[in-house]
Design a protein around this ligand. Structure first.
Ligand SMILES: C[S@@+](CC[C@H](N)C(=O)[O-])C[C@H]1O[C@@H](n2cnc3c(N)ncnc32)[C@H](O)[C@@H]1O
Length: 387
């Protein structure tokens, strides 16, 4: 039985510069995240996930219809005296975060209607390049107890690249596979953090008012990082990012000001079990798979010289030559060249992916030649054969 090669966590490509503070991974720094991020080496992290204060501006206590008090976010760390002060804080932490990212790094910022529009504008002002805004639709939101507005049932995550030129990571195939082979959309339905996942203090109280669900971080990290990447969370709280990063074989760096949260996060992360390398082996992005030229299919006898390829509708035919070129004609012109060039010429298109355009027949069925390329790739990935 052939055994697939396992994925060895890659060494992060992050390059660091001299700095006041040594970069420690799988570590939580205590203090103000702006000061700490400024002291860490520039260009040293692959991805940032940030869940900053929302500046909720709650006016007085909120009660349920049975008069019980709603456990709202009224912590001191969420208080700002004005939008101006909040914007200044946002600009400072985002500037420090941008410096820490590698040139190809990506960042996620989560927020609600209270702050996300301000964060979005500042991100653009600072040169970040917005890739998506994801709507996290809460399947079990808190009702609007006063009945004066719609139920606030979502939060927004803005996903950005460091700049327009960044070659950011997006594990497209992994996301599609996770979604039953349908392209993953920008609206995600995930329950809020509840039940056993909710971290408690020793007195049985809620450990952190805004603990995010692990499922949310699971998707973010699976989509935009790979094993071995360094992920920084400057507003670490109960350590959700760290716990999921550890499970998924990523390295984390956490920052939080509050000692009590850091204690909770440390305990939580210590209990998190990393997945095995085998379980981490997921879908490789197509561009990272080994290059297989069309000629290799002929050398290996998977396609015979003289064989006929067709388009998916079986309307256009081309003959395969021994050197890997294909020949076809449209009644007026003859076209000869690579599978891609001839596919583009016959359709009068600027380009064509010959691997998906051209089909071969196997029995009564027709398949894209990409299926044969995958067979060669699978063969290349096998490193052990158990007889
Ligand atoms: C919205 S909560 C993050 C919750 C976290 N995502 C979780 O799942 O537990 C924001 C956190 O940022 C911390 N914080 C606020 N301002 C900070 C600052 N300037 N520097 C470091 N930490 C800060 C707070 O103590 C709080 O734990």
């Amino acid at each position: 039985m052939p055994v697939k090669k396992s994925v060895t966590p890659k060494k992060s490509t992050a390059k660091s510069t001299k700095s006041a503070l040594e970069l420690k991974t799988n570590h939580i720094y205590q203090g103000d995240c702006i000061e700490i991020m400024k002291s860490l080496p520039k260009g040293s992290v692959d991805m940032i996930f940030a869940d900053p204060p929302y500046n909720l501006q709650l006016k007085g206590d909120l009660h349920r219809p049975d008069n019980s008090k709603v456990d709202a976010v009224d912590d001191a760390w969420d208080q700002f005296s004005s939008y101006k002060e909040y914007d200044q804080f946002t600009r400072e932490w985002l500037t420090a975060a941008r410096d820490l990212l590698t040139d190809d790094g990506g960042m996620w910022v989560i927020g609600s209607y209270h702050n996300i529009f301000r964060v979005g504008a500042i991100l653009q002002d600072l040169g970040f390049w917005i890739l998506n805004d994801i709507v996290w639709r809460k399947s079990n939101p808190m009702p609007n107890f006063r009945g004066r507005r719609f139920t606030n049932a979502h939060e927004t995550l803005i996903w950005v690249a460091k700049s327009e030129k960044s070659k950011y990571r997006f594990n497209y195939e992994a996301m599609k596979t996770m979604n039953d082979d349908i392209q993953m959309r920008s609206d995600w339905t995930i329950p809020i953090c509840n039940g056993g996942e909710r971290i408690k203090t020793d007195d049985g109280e809620k450990g952190h008012a805004t603990q995010k669900p692990e499922a949310l971080l699971y998707r973010v990290l699976t989509a935009t990082t790979q094993p071995g990447d360094i992920v920084l969370d400057p507003f670490f709280g109960s350590g959700t990012t760290g716990a999921v990063a550890k499970k998924l074989g990523r390295k984390f760096i956490g920052i939080d000001r509050e000692d009590s949260y850091i204690k909770l996060a440390k305990k939580r992360i210590a209990a998190a079990e990393p997945l095995s390398e085998e379980a981490l082996h997921g879908m490789t992005a197509k561009r990272e798979e080994p290059r297989v030229p069309f000629g290799w299919l002929i050398e290996r006898g998977l396609i015979q010289p003289g064989a006929t390829l067709t388009d998916s509708k079986n309307k256009i035919e081309a003959k395969v030559a021994s050197d890997g070129s294909v020949v076809t004609n449209d009644g007026t012109n003859q076209y000869k060249g690579s599978i891609h060039k001839v596919g583009a010429a016959i359709q009068s298109a600027p380009s064509c992916n010959g691997w998906t355009y051209w089909h071969y027949t196997d029995g009564k069925n027709s398949f894209p030649i990409d299926r044969l390329r995958q067979r060669v790739r699978d063969e290349m990935n096998v490193n052990t054969v158990i007889q």
